[in-house]
Write a protein that binds this ligand. Structure first.
Ligand code: ZN
Length: 161
């Protein structure tokens, strides 16, 4: 099977059977991101577990409307970040962003990207890049807000201790 065909299969598979779709509780942060050029909309929730001194993505869920690229990319993203250390999840996010901005010229790191490597070809189509990035940018935004809130509550705990 041609690589490009295999990548299309991965994208279609996630579009038809999206993972982690349907908003769940509990969650720390909910964000809403839109990609107006295509009409994609995404509401994303994340829950971060701070026990053991680590930050772990204990849950991620979403509701989305929009094109197949945006929906499939969000499904793949949730699969890759769920139950991961937040730092590792953000490394994957950075790797995906680099791949999408590469216009197909950078060899993507499959060890880090997993199924997300299927979107490498999308980076050649500028109009679709924002579709593929929607879920990942929403995740990064939600993670930053969750960490900021955690820092604030740690500070207040220190003050009362
Ligand atoms: Zn789109």
């Amino acid at each position: 099977m041609k690589l490009e065909t295999m990548y299309q299969e991965i994208i279609l598979d996630h579009y038809r059977k999206p993972l982690n779709r349907g908003l769940r509780t509990p969650f720390d942060v909910e964000v809403h991101h839109v990609n107006p050029t295509c009409g994609d909309e995404l509401t994303l929730r994340i829950d971060i577990d701070h026990s053991d001194g680590n930050a772990v993505v204990s849950d991620v869920s979403y509701e989305a409307i929009g094109c197949s690229i945006s929906q499939a990319a969000t499904s793949v993203m949730t699969e890759l970040v769920l139950d991961q250390d937040l730092a590792a999840a953000l490394t994957t996010q950075g790797e995906f962003l680099t791949m999408m901005q590469s216009r197909g010229e950078v060899e993507p790191n499959e060890d880090i990207l997993g199924d997300a490597i299927a979107f490498a070809g999308v980076s050649k189509y500028p109009a679709r890049i924002k579709c593929a990035l929607l879920g990942w940018m929403a995740f990064k935004d939600a993670a930053a807000q969750a960490m900021a809130a955690a820092d604030a509550s740690t500070d207040s705990q220190k003050e009362t201790a």
